[in-house]
Design a protein around this ligand. Structure first.
Ligand code: HEC
Ligand code: HEC
Length: 254
């Protein structure tokens, strides 16, 4: 068996490096001490400040340095490589930086409230830990158009497993009904919309609102028996909801 103990000297070097570059301790990279290709940040920015800006980027987007910085070894950029362009994400990040500066510098002050009281927009305001900040129902809709309902449902489950509890996506009871509404505009997609409502009920079994939408879909598809059952379940959860009662009265033979 190979000796897995780390030599003491390597350990000291490691500790020293970590003290110098605390946020990089995960082993991301060696930082240069002079910066040679700053076009949107102040060219004389202190290394500490630059590092905290970069740390902010990685946290806001839920990525590592290498998402924006090219690295010949494919793992971590060398000190010299950080200055290189050629990464699409780095190009976009510069545009984003200018956009955020314009929002905070011009647009927010233009709403005319005391500057000290204004909120500030940051990368995290939109990104919330993901590289492409797109609402869940839109992410799912694109998948639906490309790959159909089974892939859409699988994606919802996967994203929920991965991101639940973080602010990346809204896993409340609302996004699936929103998407189902859009699908239901086409009669042929109503069965898929109904599947999304059943998926929602798996996670929100007490959502009368989902039962209401499911019932409307079932009625539109001509399945009166199922629609009545869904309405009764919705009413059991929210007896005050007059609309459910009206729908039920319309469907139930008297
Ligand atoms: C979201 C994209 C993004 C991420 C993630 C990112 N950077 Fe950057 N980085 C940039 C951009 C854009 C610039 C250039 C800024 C400018 O033009 O003023 C830059 C510049 C730098 C520079 C200056 C290079 C030079 O000499 O001009 C260093 C060093 C650097 N980044 C280190 C890091 C480290 C370390 C990480 C990970 C903790 C990281 N970056 C993560 C986008 C990113
Ligand atoms: C007003 C909302 C908003 C803010 C604030 C914002 N972004 Fe973005 N960003 C977006 C959107 C939306 C996209 C997706 C664009 C697309 O691909 O359709 C995006 C995409 C990106 C991408 C490309 C991601 C990829 O891998 O495809 C990078 C990199 C990025 N943003 C960096 C930043 C950085 C760094 C900041 C802060 C300086 C920032 N963004 C602030 C909305 C925002």
């Amino acid at each position: 068996m190979p000796d897995s103990r780390i030599p003491v000297r390597a350990c000291l070097v490691l500790v020293a490096t970590c003290l110098a570059f605390v946020p990089l301790c995960a082993g991301e990279a060696q930082l240069p001490t002079r910066f040679t290709n700053l076009r949107v940040l102040p060219p004389d920015i202190a290394p500490d400040s630059l590092l905290s800006v970069m740390g902010g980027f990685t946290r806001a987007l839920g990525v590592r340095c290498i998402h924006c910085h090219v690295a010949a070894n494919g793992v971590r950029p060398s000190a010299e490589e950080f200055a290189l362009d050629g990464s699409e994400a780095k190009r976009v990040a510069r545009v984003m930086w200018q956009m955020v500066e314009a929002i905070n510098g011009q647009h927010l002050p233009a709403i005319g409230r005391p500057v000290a009281a204004l909120a500030r927009v940051t990368c995290a305001t939109c990104h919330r830990g993901i590289a492409r900040p797109i609402p869940l129902e839109e992410v799912l809709r694109v998948t639906y158009e490309r790959a159909g309902i089974d892939s859409t449902i699988a994606q919802y489950r996967g994203l929920r497993r991965e991101h639940f509890g973080a602010s990346a996506y809204d896993f409340s009871e609302l996004p699936l009904p929103t998407l189902a509404d859009r699908l239901a505009e086409h009669a042929a997609r109503r069965p898929d919309a109904a599947r999304l409502m059943r998926l929602n009920l798996e996670f929100y079994p007490a959502s009368w609102f989902t039962y209401q939408q499911l019932a409307q879909l079932e009625a539109a598809m001509g399945d009166t028996t199922a629609a009545i059952l869904s309405l009764e379940r919705g009413l059991a959860l929210n007896p005050q909801r007059a609309f459910l009662r009206e729908l039920l009265a319309r469907l139930k033979p008297r």
